[in-house]
Ligand binder design. Structure first.
Ligand code: FPP
Length: 265
């Protein structure tokens, strides 16, 4: 059970944020929030620090944002931690990024367990180092019976590749006679994606002022509400997440229809 969280330096600021958090609970909450955590490199550059310092600070923000998401009763938090394209970065940076899940989970897994968080991963295991897979695998196993927030790391994830592999698997199943052409529906197609056990994101947040999807959940984001923030990920705080959800709650989701449904109940 999480008690009152202390976000800010002064109790006045804390109380103001607590009030906004309580107000959020009066309206439907996004059940699945996905975040493209961008801007770590620029955060470091602004401080004349190496890029990896930005990633390390970004890792610490993952803990804070996860804690608030859990407190808010969000069901799934998907975080884009490493894309299939990120292998193009210098080896030293890739090596560092591959160590972060181990450091994060080595430090915070006990707290995540206490908060009933369930860790999951979405991405290709083939190229990931043993130590990364080991740390994530341990967290997945040790939290698999938890039924609170699902903390879903997108690690070595790429959406186009995910879609191509889904098509190949469908073709394979058709050839094997497990599936016929008429079985290929949107719902069934979703079952072939790595996110098959999760609902589609209700809210996508991208930090750092970049306005693009970068090969992230292209199928799953078809009707998702987008929130782009200028804040660099290592500076993204509880107030920024609250603001994103406040904006989400003012949106009218029509799913291509005419009737304004407001946010989904
Ligand atoms: C993009 O910023 C960020 C990444 C490629 C890595 C994101 C990873 C983390 C925030 C830490 C992950 C933590 C865990 C627990 C796995 P960028 O480097 O592209 O920033 P830039 O656009 O400013 O250069």
């Amino acid at each position: 059970m999480i008690n009152k969280l202390k976000f800010w330096k002064t109790s006045k600021e804390n109380d103001a944020l607590e009030e906004r958090i309580n107000a959020l609970k009066e309206l439907p909450m996004p059940k699945h929030v996905a975040i493209i955590m961008d801007g770590n490199g620029r955060w470091a550059k602004k401080r004349a620090l190496p890029r990896v310092a930005g990633h390390h600070e970004g890792m610490k923000r993952v803990r804070r944002i996860t804690r608030l998401a859990s407190k808010l009763g969000i069901e799934v938090l998907t975080l884009y931690a490493f894309s299939t394209e990120n292998w193009k970065r210098p080896k030293s940076e890739v090596d560092y990024l591959m160590k972060l899940p181990g450091e994060f989970l080595g430090t915070f897994l006990p707290e995540l367990k206490e908060e009933n968080v369930r860790v999951q991963m979405m991405g290709y295991k083939d190229k990931l180092p043993e130590h990364t897979l080991g740390a994530v695998g341990k967290a997945i196993t040790e939290t698999e019976h938890n039924n609170g927030l699902i903390l879903n790391f997108a690690l070595n994830y790429g959406s186009r590749d995910e879609i191509v592999r889904a098509v190949k698997n469908i073709v394979h199943d058709v050839k094997k006679g497990k599936l016929t052409e008429k079985d290929i529906t949107e719902a069934n197609f979703s079952n072939y994606l790595m996110s098959h056990s999760l609902r589609d994101p209700d809210l996508l947040i991208r930090t750092s002022g970049e306005i693009r999807l970068s090969n992230f959940m292209l199928w799953q984001l078809a009707y998702t509400e987008f929130f782009f923030s200028d804040v660099l990920w290592p500076d993204f705080n509880e107030e920024n997440l609250v603001e994103a959800i406040e904006v989400y709650q003012q949106r009218s989701r029509r799913y291509g229809g005419l009737k304004s449904e407001g946010v989904e109940e």
